[in-house]
Ligand binder design. Structure first.
Ligand code: FE2
Length: 278
């Protein structure tokens, strides 16, 4: 058994996205291919309504999946296929853009602010043009397993033999929301070669050398088969995300991620001339 050590820590960076949303980016374009099969992670939490109310008006996606997890508040969603709904507190929308979708994601004003995350998962070349689909996950759909001071909310993947509600995914990702009591250690096996990362939402973890990593950091783990982390003095809440790297070429512009510049150019050409939606 090989333990996965911490490979690199990425402090989130203030970034303006959409029509003027102030968010914090954990990783993105500049980190390719470090997080393969994941492309981007944003924490769009904001206390002030002016941080988030501008939202993300109509824009296209192709070649990826976007995973929106709302911890608190609500994000209204509407798309080119006529779908309309609200991603509310504790809910997840796992959207496979595939061949293409045009949508808008508009946070609503909510007392106590907005809290949530968006993760982009890449699709392999053979699935980039698959039909678009959604998996909408409500809070009660996600099993919570308690073990050794850990409260593990399973969005995708398997913990202690319990499978999360998001299934039939291309890169077999793991996505857990874990609350770990003070000084407790959480362990989980992942196949060697898979990418494993944490995002610390609140509290802190303690590294082997006793240094502390606190909230607002992405922790990218090195390779091995065993992941473990220990909570600091006030406990920790973190996202644990893992998946099998695709190892393919990435051609990325804005909300569209393909394998070649030609595919990228074609996507934008189709968006301009109205043939983007298949
Ligand atoms: Fe989007």
């Amino acid at each position: 058994m090989t333990m996965r050590g911490i490979k690199k820590i990425f402090k989130t960076k203030p970034t303006i996205e959409g029509a003027g949303v102030n968010l914090n980016r954990g990783f993105g374009f500049h980190e390719i291919p470090e997080f393969d099969p994941f492309l981007l992670f944003d924490d769009f939490s904001g206390e002030n309504v002016s941080d988030y109310i501008a939202g993300f008006p109509w824009h296209p996606h192709r070649g990826i999946e976007t995973v929106t997890y709302v911890l608190h508040g609500a994000v209204e969603h509407q798309d080119s296929m006529g779908n309309k709904g609200v991603i509310g507190t504790g809910s997840v929308q796992w959207m496979t853009a595939g061949s293409g979708i045009i949508h808008q994601e508009m946070p609503k004003e909510s007392p106590g602010g907005l809290a949530g995350f968006q993760l982009w998962v890449n699709l392999p070349a053979k699935n980039k043009m698959m039909p678009p689909r959604y998996q909408d996950i409500l809070p009660h759909d996600m099993p919570v397993i308690e073990k050794n001071g850990a409260h593990v909310r399973i969005i995708a993947g398997n913990f202690e033999g319990v499978e999360g509600p998001v299934r039939d995914l291309i890169v077999s990702p793991t996505y857990f929301d874990i609350t770990l009591d003070a000084d407790m250690t959480f362990v989980q096996d992942f196949p060697v070669g898979h990418t494993v990362l944490m995002y610390i939402i609140s509290g802190s973890i303690v590294e082997e050398n006793n240094s502390v990593v606190s909230s607002g950091n992405i922790v990218l783990m090195g390779d091995g088969d065993n992941f473990s982390c220990t909570a600091g003095k006030s406990g920790v809440r973190f996202l644990l995300i893992a998946g099998k790297p695709l190892g393919e070429k990435v051609a990325w512009h804005g909300p569209i991620v393909m394998n070649t510049q030609e595919e990228l150019a074609l996507a934008f050409e189709e968006y301009q001339n109205g043939t983007f939606i298949k």
